[in-house]
Structures are given as structure tokens and as C-alpha cells.
Write a protein that binds this ligand. Structure first.
Ligand SMILES: C=CC1=C(C)c2cc3[nH]c(cc4nc(cc5[nH]c(cc1n2)c(C)c5CCC(=O)O)C(CCC(=O)O)=C4C)c(C)c3C=C
Ligand code: FE2
Length: 391
């Protein structure tokens, strides 16, 4: 395995960032497990129309994923241990690297439930297409997809290696529709993690749903019995939105305006009505001028659960910079990802409100969209990704 050819991790690799995350469990890893530093997200189109080949692929992917997340090579022979006349069953670029907290999380898009695989009557209502939102500028080629895999790790090489090997294993059965690299997790998913910053320089993830919110996770993160499709019990729905930021314009906005847009201060991340990051915002509080201290069009007011019947999201997005755009501007922003029990009761109403009123809209543009049903976890070595969907 990969770990066997490894030199001892250097001191720079803290045990917590190089250690493996368990692959097996009731829920898939990569959702409430602590957000890692790097992302490689991929969406595949299935190119075979044979159901048996799709099932076989999911089985092969599951065993490779179980191995790679534990710091092993994708296949049992590895990059250099197999037949010299055959292509290796691992591509090799992660040789010597530790597991680096790698998680691989699979999701199924609505298009997988079309006529091809006989799955039409297994499609969850929650997977109904997202509506178009005001201001959307969605590019179809980087949206949707039959199957997605989210690879997160504390080392970008490990995340890229995992996606590359899944794509290699899928040759002839799937093709890569699009993929996205991300860095600097923009959300914490555990109270043990410090809140990171997005590319606008603000702490992102302060009011996120977190691992410790047991009751809310049960109510609002995991699909459960009675939701309509039993195969999704213990799963969750992922919404992805690639959101381009007009960085150069943002960088010329005064600090006071930047803070008014979010309704939080830039240094501490405290609500404008409070002093510390985790103080609760007081939306009723007016300033000396008689105006609300958190403006009516401030992002945190419009996104707050109190105006959406208590709806929460587990945000797990990443910053991206895809080089520059040829016009001297950085092609940068937020690859927004959020998990939830029902996107039509959670993401949709929140985004509808943001799209209509958010002061942030002047500085952002949504350019891709995805919605995926992420099945429950794989429980043991005999199980595979999505088994309940196909049996
Ligand atoms: C539809 C959901 C959301 C989109 C799209 C979205 C885009 C987006 N957000 C930021 C930056 C911040 N968001 C913050 C809070 C916040 N955002 C959403 C939802 C969406 N954001 C929610 C539900 C919340 C929490 C609201 C609350 O309960 O207070 C914050 C504040 C800090 C925090 O709580 O995380 C920032 C900063 C950007 C830059 C962005 C698009 C590019
Ligand atoms: Fe937000």
C-alpha cells in the first residue's frame, strides 16, 4: 500500500491533517467530518447504457475509494507492483503521501434517473430541478451531471490523485463532464475548527450547521424514513453553485460598505450589533441614525433561519482561482456547496431571497449549478456506493 513506501511524515504534517478519515459508516464521510483544506470536485456523465456495467463501476469505485481514503493505492498491485506489460492500477502521483484526511463522497444527479437504467421510479422528489434564480448566468457545460464525486483532502495532490484514479477506473463507462479545484475551505463544519475566510476576506462558516448540532443534523441534514425514497435514508442532498466574484470591484469598495453588505465586521466576524464572532445578530436593533444596524439587504439577515421558517444549511464550499480571464481579472470566487435534507425547503427559499435582495449581488455571479442525491454511507467491505438504489 501507499503508506508502506512512505517516509515518516514531516513535522509540518500535523497528525490531524495527515491521518485517515474512516470510509465506512452510516453516513458518507465528507459531509459532517471536519472540512479539509482542499477540494477536487468532479461531475461525470455515464456513457454506458447497461445497468449492470454501472453497478459494476460503483462496486469498483467503492473498493478503490475505501483503499485511497486509507492512504493506499487505488488497486491491489499499485503503481509499480503489477505486470510490466500492463498499465498500472494506480497512477502513482500519491506514492509516499499520507491519507491526508481524504474523503470521497458520491452523489447522483437527476439525469441518472432518466430512461437508461430503469431508475425513474426511484427518483426522490427532493431531486426535482432547482428553479432559475434572478441574476443567474448558468453555463450548462459546467452544470449538472449524472454522478458527482467530492474529493476533499489536506493535500491537493491527494485529492487530484483520487479523482484521476476514479476517472481512469471509469474509462468506457463514464466521462468527465467538468471538474473544479478548490482551496482554503470556506466553512468550518465543527466547533473545533477555526472559521476560515473567503476571497472577500470575511470569515465564512460562523453560523454554519456543525457536527455538534446533533438535533438540527437529524432534522435538517439527513434524509430519513418517510421522506419518500427509502434508499436515501441516512443520505443528504448536495447543492453546488460556482459563484464568480468580481474581485477587482470588491477590492475598491470601502471597508464600511463591505461590512454593511454582510452585516458582520471584517476583522472579528461579529454581527454589526455585537462584539464577538459568535454573538447572535440582533436584527431589530437600530443605530443612532434610526436605521437598522444590520441593513435590510445584508447577506446574513436575508439568509438567516429566522426568515426561512428555521431552515439551515450545512455549507462546505471552497475558494477557487481558475487563473485569469484574459481581461486582466482573476477568474475567482466561491465554489459553494451545501448539504441538506430537502433543497426545495432549504437552499431554494434562501437563494430566492438572496437573488432578489442581497447587497452582495453587485459583486457576484452564479455560473454553474448542480443538485445531487448523496446516498447513505457504505457500511462494510461487502457494501457499495448506492447499493440500496439498485437492489
Ligand atoms: C443560498 C445560500 C447561500 C449562498 C448562495 C451564499 C453565498 C455566499 N455567501 C458568502 C459569504 C458569507 N455567507 C455568510 C452566511 C450565510 N450564508 C448563507 C447562505 C448562502 N450564502 C447562510 C445560510 C448563512 C448563515 C446566515 C446566518 O444564519 O447568520 C457569511 C457570514 C458568516 C457565516 O455565518 O458564515 C459570509 C461572510 C459569499 C461570499 C457568497 C457568495 C460568493
Ligand atoms: Fe453566504
Amino acid at each position: 500500500g501507499r503508506a508502506l513506501v512512505t517516509d515518516a511524515p514531516t513535522a509540518a504534517h500535523a497528525a490531524t491533517t495527515s491521518a485517515p478519515v474512516s470510509f465506512y459508516g452510516v453516513h458518507q464521510a465528507g459531509i459532517v467530518t471536519p472540512a479539509q483544506d482542499r477540494l477536487h470536485f468532479v461531475a461525470f456523465d455515464v456513457t454506458t447504457d447497461k445497468r449492470a456495467e454501472l453497478v459494476e463501476l460503483l462496486q469498483d469505485w467503492t473498493s478503490a475509494a475505501a483503499r485511497m481514503t486509507q492512504g493506499k493505492e487505488a488497486g491491489t498491485f499499485g503503481a509499480v507492483g503489477g505486470d510490466r506489460e500492463a498499465p498500472p492500477d494506480d497512477t502513482g502521483e500519491a506514492l509516499g503521501l499520507p491519507a491526508s484526511g481524504l474523503t470521497l463522497t458520491i452523489g447522483f444527479g437527476a439525469s441518472l434517473f432518466d430512461k437508461r437504467f430503469g431508475l425513474a421510479d426511484r427518483k426522490p422528489a427532493a431531486l426535482a430541478d432547482l428553479p432559475a434564480f434572478r441574476g443567474d448566468d448558468i453555463v450548462p457545460e459546467i452544470s449538472g451531471g449524472d454522478i458527482c464525486v467530492q474529493a476533499c483532502a489536506n493535500d491537493p495532490q491527494v485529492a487530484v490523485h483520487a479523482i484521476r484514479n476514479l476517472a481512469r477506473i471509469g474509462f468506457g463507462k463514464v466521462s468527465v463532464r467538468y471538474s473544479q479545484l478548490g482551496f482554503g475551505r470556506t466553512s468550518s463544519t465543527s466547533r473545533a475548527q477555526a472559521t476560515p475566510r473567503n476571497l472577500m476576506g470575511f470569515k465564512d462558516g460562523t453560523a454554519n450547521l456543525k457536527l455538534e448540532d446533533t438535533q438540527l443534523l437529524r432534522e435538517q441534514l439527513w434524509a430519513a424514513a418517510g421522506d419518500g425514497q427509502e434508499w436515501m435514508d441516512g443520505g443528504s442532498y448536495l447543492v453546488t453553485r460556482k459563484i464568480r466574484m468580481h474581485i477587482e470591484t470588491w477590492d475598491r469598495a470601502p471597508l464600511s460598505e463591505q461590512e454593511a453588505i454582510f452585516g458582520r465586521d471584517k476583522g472579528e466576524g461579529a454581527p454589526l450589533t455585537g462584539a464577538k464572532e459568535f454573538d447572535e445578530p440582533d436584527f431589530a436593533k437600530n443605530g443612532a441614525d434610526g436605521e437598522p444596524m444590520i441593513a435590510d439587504n445584508a447577506h446574513v439577515r436575508l439568509a438567516h433561519p429566522s426568515v426561512h421558517g428555521g431552515a439551515h444549511l450545512l455549507r462546505r464550499g471552497y475558494n477557487f482561482v481558475d487563473g485569469s480571464d484574459g481581461l486582466g481579472r482573476l477568474d475567482a470566487g466561491l465554489f459553494f456547496m451545501a448539504y441538506q435534507r430537502d433543497p426545495h425547503k432549504q437552499f431554494v427559499p434562501i437563494q430566492r431571497e438572496l437573488a432578489a435582495k442581497d447587497a452582495l449581488n453587485e459583486y457576484i455571479k452564479h455560473v454553474s449549478s448542480g443538485l445531487f442525491a448523496c446516498p447513505p454511507g457504505v457500511t462494510d467491505a461487502g457494501d457499495y456506493w448506492g447499493r440500496a438504489l439498485f437492489t
